[in-house]
Write a protein that binds this ligand. Structure first.
Ligand code: AN7
Length: 354
């Protein structure tokens, strides 16, 4: 056909769809698995490091894998509206897929706490955007209550169709590597994605006998309920995507951690921003800050010797969202451009050519 395939077409047999499901797709998935050789050299490790760049999905995050399935199933049920609570990316994805399906979308976001790029997406796709004076956890509570009272389809990761769609990333990684990775590092917020990947890897293990990767999840230290084993009432982090104090899939994340003999730990904002700049400057990959929790986590495990730097194997870091979602953070975090008069000499001097 030559138009590229979305994940429903590519993985029809492992998803909860049938011939009667109207496929709502923006050709999500098939994102690159980038070999991070510069980082590998910088870290001085013996294993291969790969970056799964999920920021290259149609709306700029991994949510699209889940959303194509959730919105297609909503269309199959003839739902007229979808609703979600969001730290930003879910709202961007839900509003785009709802637009494609000709459905109404309602997104409930914490006021003043989502990155500008994500807000602009929800608005341009025509969602009804409601900003609530609370945090993500408060928004999710309201959305759950609304779903009990009104005829709207919830498309947060509590919707099992989201998990089904997102598990396809495990299949893609395994297809490209020709095997499952030894370790997978990823950020954890509401914990739907770690749940989805783990489901995918377990299916692959059952079907093909390939070994299970160790699942390594990372929360920001100001928003680390799973690590601290308590609800965090006022979660705080620069990585607004994962500013979540009471993850909906908490139990499933703990199972993924324990069954895989992996770990869930926290990384400071400073370490997240450092890793984020490193990804951009060393590998040419611009992810959003929350995504960099995966690399910050890998570095933490090397420091703690939780992972042997000389082991020969493969490590995948999931980069969940695109850096352009949050350009303010980049401009705030790095050196401002030099301003000079229009003069060849002045520009040459400012550019370090002379
Ligand atoms: C870039 O959009 O929760 O652990 O409402 O946007 O599956 O929640 C986003 C989460 C990681 C964490 N990286 O994934 C939302 C939302 C990015 C994200 C996560 C999110 P989960």
């Amino acid at each position: 056909m030559g138009y590229g395939k979305g994940i429903i077409e590519k993985y029809f047999n492992i998803l909860p769809v049938n011939e009667n499901t109207p496929v709502v797709t923006l050709n999500e998935g098939s994102t690159p698995l980038i070999k991070a050789e510069n980082l590998r050299d910088k870290l001085g490790v013996g294993f291969e490091v790969f970056l799964k760049y999920e920021g290259l999905n149609p709306t700029g995050s991994f949510k699209d894998r889940g959303m194509t399935v959730a919105v297609s199933k909503a269309a199959e049920k003839k739902a007229r509206a979808v609703i979600c609570a969001s730290t930003g990316n879910t709202s961007a994805s839900a509003s785009a897929y709802a637009a494609k399906a000709g459905m109404k979308s309602i997104v409930v976001i914490p006021k003043g706490a989502i990155a500008l790029g994500k807000l602009s997406q929800a608005l341009i796709h025509g969602a009804k955007v409601v900003a609530v004076k609370t945090n993500f956890d408060g928004c999710l509570k309201v959305v759950r209550e609304l779903c009990e009272k009104y005829e709207v389809e919830m498309v947060n990761s509590l919707n099992p169709n989201r998990i089904e769609g997102q598990k396809t990333a495990s299949y893609e990684i395994t297809e490209i590597l020709g095997d499952t990775p030894d370790y997978q590092f990823m950020p954890v917020g509401n914990a739907g994605n770690i749940t989805a990947y783990w489901k995918g890897y377990k299916e692959i293990n059952e079907k093909r006998g390939l070994s299970l990767p160790k699942m390594m999840g990372f929360q920001a230290s100001g928003a680390a309920p799973i690590v601290e084993d308590r609800i965090v009432n006022k979660p705080e982090t620069v990585a607004t995507a994962i500013r979540i104090g009471n993850p909906a899939s908490w139990r499933q994340a703990v199972s993924a951690r324990d069954e895989s003999k992996g770990g869930i730990d926290s990384v400071s904002d400073e370490k997240i921003l450092q890793a984020w700049q490193e990804l951009a400057a060393c590998e040419g990959v611009f992810a959003e800050p929350a995504s960099a929790a995966s690399l910050a986590g890998l570095k933490l495990c090397l420091e703690n010797k939780k992972i042997d730097k000389d082991f020969r194997g493969s490590v995948v870091c999931i980069l969940t969202g695109h850096g352009l979602k949050d350009p303010d953070r980049a401009v705030k975090s790095v050196k401002k451009p030099v301003v000079v008069k229009e003069s060849t000499e002045k520009v040459a001097s400012a550019a370090g050519l002379i």
